[in-house]
Design a protein around this ligand. Sequence first.
Ligand SMILES: [Zn+2]
Length: 159
Amino acid sequence: MGLYMSMYIGPYAEATASAVEREIAVYGCTNRQCARWKDREGWPLAAAFCATCGSPTGQTTKKSKKHPSPYEALGESERLSPISDDGADGVCYFIPNIRGDGCGERLGGDRGEDHHLDLSDVDRETEMKKFAEQFSEELDALRKVYDVEICWGLQVHWS
Ligand SMILES: [Zn+2]
């Protein structure tokens, strides 16, 4: 549980992706016939040889279902920030990391801080359009991996 709460109100991207099967690097016994073949993990073993069959240990690959990494999807750009970047449920939210027109409002703070924001004049449609234009490059990159929907609303995040 985090200690610092940040809130964002404004346009954001809701990105959904199903898990895709990918080859990942794993370490352990290199002998397919060995009972320990299925125990290969994502980190190298200390032992140079398998305790069960005596084969050398090392890196092999296996197929694993994984959600995309939002940072990989964004590439070099840091103009959008992913929220819930573990992507455990396959949904990730992207909010602006810069200030400007169509970039919403960020509020944050420690316990006890008050915020008051008048939203009565906000034109949500226009803000969502501006967001889509301003971050079109990033959104195109995200669309290669995610289904992307532009929304307007509140994101609350503890860190
Ligand atoms: Zn073995």
